[in-house]
Design a protein around this ligand. Structure first.
Ligand SMILES: C[S@@+](CC[C@H](N)C(=O)[O-])C[C@H]1O[C@@H](n2cnc3c(N)ncnc32)[C@H](O)[C@@H]1O
Length: 269
């Protein structure tokens, strides 16, 4: 800890000096300024991917479920020396993605995925708001392990149970939850800029005890689960907004993993 305090934090994307020891993931995200507030999970996601990539020397990226809104622009990828492939289960989503990126059109969580992906062909496999849409997260992580070269890293940024909005989304029929979401967020209908996809939340938890065994069974050797609390879903609903904010503050202060809102699930092959 003292070394981290006496050194300036590294700039995301800057390679470590030659010979510098590679920090474990936990030290790296701490140096990035990890905060359990949900705003940090969204604002620091790109810097986290960039910093891990630089620290671990990961240049062949696969963004899972990158769809129409990939993490990096082609210019950024070029500047950072990254070879980025965009995956999606939806050809329509991939068609909206930048033409400059390579595309991999497949279900990443199928027992057949590795028939179309060369084992060990990626150094970094990451996704944002995708794992909750997969019915079988175990198969997803087995596939991600196979896709990675030795020393490669997988990161899934997920919404977690049992945060009330996500728990409701899981419990109520899809037609009802879609209607509620498009009422609260007008662009979130199927033809909008930010469509809602059916969600299952398999293994989407902020408690490492419920997630890490799955990662270890897939073969990963180093794992890290970063929890986050908070969201904006109830901000337009007076009274509920204040009650929910008070509950969120309490849950975060007490480290209640049962009711996290988001998590970064990280694993090194
Ligand atoms: C909620 S969107 C997230 C898109 C983007 N990652 C982002 O953060 O804006 C979920 C994306 O995952 C894709 N997806 C869902 N299940 C998938 C699967 N099994 N394999 C690959 N992509 C999948 C969807 O088609 C969609 O593009």
């Amino acid at each position: 800890m003292s070394a981290a305090l006496s050194e300036p934090p590294p700039v995301a994307g800057e390679p470590r000096p030659a010979g510098a020891a590679r920090r474990p993931l936990a030290a790296l995200v701490r140096d990035l300024g990890y905060s359990p507030d949900w705003n940090w999970s969204w604002s620091a996601y790109k810097d986290t991917v960039t910093a891990i990539s630089a620290e671990y020397g990961l240049s062949r990226h696969l963004e899972v479920g990158g769809g129409r809104d990939p993490l990096f622009t082609p210019d950024e990828a070029r500047r950072l020396g990254l070879s980025v492939t965009l995956n999606d289960i939806s050809a329509a989503e991939l068609a909206l993605a930048p033409a400059a990126f390579a595309k991999l059109h497949c279900d990443v969580a199928s027992p057949d995925t590795m028939r179309v992906v060369t084992p060990g062909s990626y150094d970094f496999v990451y996704s944002r708001m995708v794992m909750e849409h997969v019915r079988d997260a175990r198969q997803l992580w087995r596939n991600q392990y196979e896709m990675l070269a030795p020393g490669g890293v997988a990161l899934a940024f997920v919404p977690t149970l049992h945060a009330p909005p996500f728990w409701l989304n899981r419990m109520v029929p899809e037609a009802v939850s879609s209607a509620i979401v498009s009422r609260l967020f007008p662009d979130r209908h199927q033809a909008g800029d930010n469509p809602k996809f059916p969600a299952f939340y398999d293994h989407c938890f902020g408690d490492p005890n419920k997630v890490v065994p799955m990662l270890e069974q897939a073969g990963f050797r180093e794992t890290l689960l970063l929890p986050f609390w908070g969201y904006s879903y109830f901000w337009k609903i007076p009274v509920l907004k204040q009650l929910d904010a008070a509950f969120t503050r309490l849950a975060r202060a007490r480290d209640w993993r049962l009711v996290t809102s988001f998590a970064y699930i990280l694993a090194v092959k």
